[in-house]
Design a protein around this ligand. Structure first.
Ligand code: AMP
Ligand code: MN
Ligand code: MN
Ligand code: MN
Length: 291
């Protein structure tokens, strides 16, 4: 019996739709064995989720995770971190600084929207985010709610996307810094969704090579909706860059396309990042004993 492992998910502590408790319940419903919670630039949901799972005797291994925003040659590259010590004060101070930049960027975006005649978006976005960090998705939701844009996608193509009217260049950390933050807190760094960056294969190889040189250990090699051809390319890039493989749904909200733990099998040719993780090995043993 193989385990269902999903190493990429979000809660209301960033731009996910479910609270940490609801995410745990959803994972239980979807029969997930191992779930990493990887909110953008924060680890605050993890202790809430773990406590809830424990109190309710839910058999779910929750892996500590984070998804850091970085800038690399004009691309917004997301770096996932796993198994960090989330009580490490240095890590927490660093994440707080990144969240501060996120907040300042949100204000810069909203200033630009005001110049387009769309006023006071910051306050509404903060409401949408329920007091948590503001992502561009929250701002897009405000624009849709106010009927400034008909759809979320239009909010990006008209205002929030790169180079559009209300785009504010983020001052994210570098990839090297992200790997350092994760590694110094005892974690492992992984490139998130390498096929989402709209870059040529040549750039992708450059990315994986630099990431590996910085101390990164793995890259995501699949996604529930990925075409076969893309999967083959990512597999080949992972092997040639000597990176381990990883997989996650990047779950933000329940729905047909982005369900937790579905279609995440990775090729046997690549070693999975979890090959020596105690949470996975222990869970496996428990399962074998029961079976
Ligand atoms: P942020 O981290 O605040 O910059 O927000 C990034 C998120 O915005 C991504 O994870 C996507 O969900 C969403 N996003 C970015 N660009 C687009 C786009 N062109 N169209 C739709 N959604 C986008
Ligand atoms: Mn997100
Ligand atoms: Mn991402
Ligand atoms: Mn994500």
């Amino acid at each position: 019996m193989s385990l269902i492992i999903d190493l990429h998910s979000h809660t209301t502590h960033s731009d996910g739709a479910l609270s940490p408790q609801e995410l745990v319940m959803r994972a239980q419903q979807m029969q997930i064995d191992v779930l990493a919670i990887t909110d953008h630039d924060t680890v605050s949901a993890i202790s809430v989720a773990k406590e809830f799972a424990q109190k309710n005797d839910i058999k779910l291994e929750i892996v500590t995770g984070v998804e850091l925003s970085t800038s690399w040659h004009g691309f917004d590259i997301h770096i996932l971190g796993y198994n960090m010590d989330i009580d490490d004060p240095v890590l927490l101070k660093r994440l707080a600084a990144q969240l501060q930049e996120r907040d300042e960027r949100a204000k810069r975006i909203c200033d630009k929207l005001a110049k387009c005649g769309i006023e006071n978006v910051y306050e509404d976005a903060l409401n949408h985010a329920n007091g948590a960090q503001i992502s561009r998705n929250h701002i897009a939701n405000v624009l849709v709610d106010r009927q400034v844009c008909a759809t979320h996608q239009l909010a990006f193509s008209k205002y929030l996307g790169k180079g559009k009217r209300a785009y504010a260049t983020p001052k994210w950390i570098t990839i090297q810094t992200a790997v350092e933050w994760i590694t110094q807190a005892g974690g492992q760094a992984v490139i998130a969704h390498p096929s989402h960056y709209d870059m040529s294969t040549k750039w992708l190889r450059r990315l994986t090579t630099e990431f590996k040189a910085a101390g990164g250990v793995a890259m995501e090699v699949t996604h529930p909706n990925m075409q076969k051809q893309t999967k083959s390319l990512l597999l080949e890039v992972a092997l040639s860059s000597e990176l381990l493989g990883s997989a996650g749904s990047d779950f933000h909200a329940p729905g047909r396309w982005t369900e937790l733990g579905r279609r995440l099998d990775i090729s046997e040719q690549v070693k999975p990042i979890w090959h020596n993780w105690p949470v996975v090995l222990n869970h496996h043993k428990i399962h074998q004993r029961i079976a």
